[in-house]
Design a protein around this ligand. Structure first.
Ligand code: MRU
Length: 353
C-alpha cells in the first residue's frame, strides 16, 4: 500500500481527498474545485479528524472566492465572509476548523489593499501553509511523544488520529509511528469507536499498512484489558482543549480516561497547539456536536435497532483535566498544573504572532 497517500492534497487547481466513509473496503477519492462539495464532505465525515477538517476548510475558502471577477472590494469581502461562514457551520467541536478560518481571515484582511487576483493568490498560499504547518506540528508531536513510550509498549488508542486525520503522520498515531520507527516494540489495541467505527475502519487500516501489531477490540473491552495488565498507556487525540486542560475528543474518550485513572495507567492527549482554544477557560464551554440517529440505529447502513427507538448521539465528550497525565504538543509535553502551563504556551504563541 502506498504510504505516501495523504488524506487531502492540493493538486493543480483542485482538492483531492480520500473519501474516508468508504474505507477500508474501497479507496476512493473526491476531486473537486467546488467549495460546497468540500463543506459537505466535512459534514458527512468523508474528510474528518480535527486537523484535516481545518486544512479542508482552508482550501475550501480559497476555492469559494477563486472565481470572483472584478475589483469591487465590498462584493469580494461579502463573498469571502459568506464562504467562511459556510465552513464555520460544518462541524462545531474541532477548534482547528475555526483556527484555520481565522488564519484565512487574517490573511484576507491584512492584504485587503491588494488587487483581488493578488489577494486570491495570498489565500491559496495561506491554505497551503496551514497544511504544511500541520505536517510539521505532527512530525514534532511524534518525536516529543515517542520519548514517553517504553521500549516495549502495549498502547490503547481511540478513534483515528493518524495521517488520515491530519496533514500527514498524525498525532496520537504519529507518536506510535515514531516509536515504531525508532525500533520500539509496540502493540496497539484499537477501540472500534462506535458509532462510526473510525478505530475499526481507519486506525487498524493505517497501522496494519505500517506493519505494526494491531489488535481490534470493541469499546466496552478496555477496562477488562487494563485489569489483565495488558495496557501500558493510552494515547488519544483532541478536538478542542480548554485553557485548563479539559479536552474534547471522540465520544468514549472520557470513559477511557476514568478507567485509566482507576488502573493507574498513564493517559496521554496528543494534539497540535491549533487544537487548543485559548479563548475558553474550561471544557464546559466546548460546543459538543450531536449527530443524527441513523448513526446509532444503523451500522454501515444496516438497521440494528427497532423502528421508532429514541436516540442520543453526542459525537464528542470532554475529559476533565485531572484525568490527563500529559498533553503532548509540538512545543513540548505539557504536564499539570495545566492552567498555569497552558497559559505559558498561550503567551509564547501570542508573542510569536
Ligand atoms: O468525528 P471525527 O472522526 O472527526 O473525530 C475525530 C477525533 O475525535 C480525533 O480523535 C480528533 O479529531 C483528533 S485527530 C488528530
Amino acid at each position: 500500500m502506498n504510504q505516501r497517500l495523504r488524506s487531502i492534497e492540493w493538486v493543480g487547481d483542485k482538492v483531492k481527498m480520500i473519501d474516508q466513509t468508504k474505507l477500508p473496503l474501497k479507496l476512493e477519492f473526491i476531486e473537486t474545485d467546488d467549495y460546497l462539495v468540500i463543506a459537505d464532505a466535512i459534514k458527512k465525515l468523508k474528510i474528518r479528524g480535527a486537523p484535516a477538517i481545518g486544512i479542508a476548510a482552508g482550501f475550501g475558502i480559497y476555492l469559494g472566492v477563486k472565481n470572483f471577477q472584478g475589483d469591487d472590494k465590498e462584493k469580494f469581502k461579502n463573498l469571502f465572509e459568506n464562504v467562511c461562514e459556510v465552513f464555520a457551520q460544518t462541524r462545531p467541536t474541532a477548534v482547528n476548523l475555526f483556527w484555520a478560518i481565522d488564519r484565512m481571515k487574517k490573511t484576507f484582511y491584512s492584504n485587503i489593499k491588494l488587487g483581488t487576483d493578488e489577494l486570491k493568490k495570498k489565500l491559496l498560499e495561506e491554505a497551503l501553509a496551514i497544511q504544511n504547518d500541520d505536517i510539521q506540528m505532527c512530525k514534532t508531536i511524534g518525536l516529543n511523544g515517542s520519548k514517553l513510550i517504553p521500549d516495549e509498549a502495549n498502547i490503547l488508542t481511540h478513534c483515528n488520529t493518524g495521517w488520515l486525520a491530519t496533514g500527514d503522520y498524525g498525532t496520537a498515531l504519529g507518536i506510535i509511528y515514531t516509536a515504531f520507527e525508532q525500533g520500539k516494540k509496540v502493540r496497539v489495541y484499537v477501540d472500534e469507536t462506535r458509532p462510526l467505527l473510525q478505530g475499526a475502519r481507519l486506525t487498524t487500516w493505517e497501522l496494519m499498512q505500517r506493519g505494526i501489531e494491531t489488535i481490534l477490540i470493541t469499546d466496552n473491552m478496555s477496562a477488562y484489558l487494563m485489569k489483565l495488565g495488558k495496557i501500558d498507556c493510552v494515547i488519544v487525540g483532541a478536538d478542542r482543549i480548554a485553557l485548563n486542560g479539559d479536552t474534547a475528543n471522540k465520544i468514549g474518550t472520557y470513559n477511557l480516561a476514568i478507567i485509566s485513572k482507576f488502573h493507574n495507567i498513564p493517559f496521554y492527549v496528543a494534539a497540535p497547539t491549533s487544537s487548543i482554544d485559548f479563548n475558553i477557560k474550561t471544557g464546559d464551554e466546548i460546543p459538543i456536536e450531536e449527530r443524527g440517529s441513523e448513526e446509532i440505529v444503523e451500522i454501515m447502513g444496516k438497521r440494528i435497532a427497532p423502528e421508532g427507538v429514541k436516540t442520543f448521539s453526542p459525537a464528542f465528550d470532554v475529559t476533565p483535566n485531572e484525568l490527563i497525565t500529559a498533553i503532548i504538543t509540538e512545543v513540548g509535553v505539557i504536564y499539570p498544573p495545566f492552567e498555569e502551563n497552558l497559559q505559558k504556551i498561550k503567551e509564547s504563541i501570542k508573542s510569536r504572532d
